[in-house]
Design a protein around this ligand. Structure first.
Ligand SMILES: [Zn+2]
Length: 201
């Protein structure tokens, strides 16, 4: 192998790779299996070190393969929906302040997510929520908060999905209750901010 000739070396290496492709792939797979932790650690370090160049090449790839990438990410999402959602939930719990700070700075991103959420609500909407049904519901609750029973005529009142919309996607008067602001805040403290009711009064 011509060590002092970088171009020749590159050609030699690529030919060597082509000749032994199957073997090399299976060997690297085996290595990764045995040294799983080290490989992950190494990859993480590499990513951190080469963040900008990786981002650049990713963006370059995405701009020329937009539809393909979209399709693939959608397929991946539907296949791993539960895992992704749970991961996101845990991540949010651990990074709440960071995420809220990010969204208060990047309102456009927040609004885009909000629009997605609104369109999902439209899908789950059984059209039983309107001014009349909301007033009737308040009368049915005797003007009391569903949780602490405080008087909602004296406190700020919020609408709340009894079963989280993020899980059940049912936007119906049968899945709605009136809460005082305090109870709503406590209940929704475990939910990401962009999942909070958009019907806060
Ligand atoms: Zn309450």
């Amino acid at each position: 192998m011509p060590i002092k000739d970088p171009i020749g070396r590159k050609i030699y290496q690529s030919e060597f790779y082509k000749r032994n492709k199957e073997l090399l792939i299976s060997k690297s797979k085996e290595y990764k299996k045995i040294n799983h932790k080290e490989v992950l650690e190494k990859a993480k370090k590499y990513r951190e070190k080469n963040k900008t160049s990786i981002n650049k090449s990713q963006q370059k790839y995405l701009s020329s393969h937009r539809e393909e990438a979209k399709k693939r990410s959608r397929e991946y999402y539907y296949k791993n929906k539960e895992i992704i959602r749970n991961k996101a939930k845990i991540y949010y719990k651990n990074n709440r302040h960071k995420i809220n700070a990010y969204f208060s700075k990047n309102r456009e991103h927040y609004n885009a997510l909000h629009r997605i959420r609104a369109s999902r609500i439209m899908d789950a909407n059984d059209h039983t929520i309107n001014q009349t049904s909301l007033i009737l519901l308040l009368e049915y609750q005797k003007n009391k908060c569903s949780i602490c029973k405080c008087d909602l005529r004296k406190n700020k009142k919020h609408l709340d999905h009894i079963m989280p919309l993020s899980k059940w996607w049912i936007h119906s008067i049968f899945n709605i209750q009136w809460l005082c602001a305090k109870c709503n805040q406590i209940k929704s403290a475990s939910l990401p901010k962009w999942q909070l009711s958009i019907f806060n009064f």
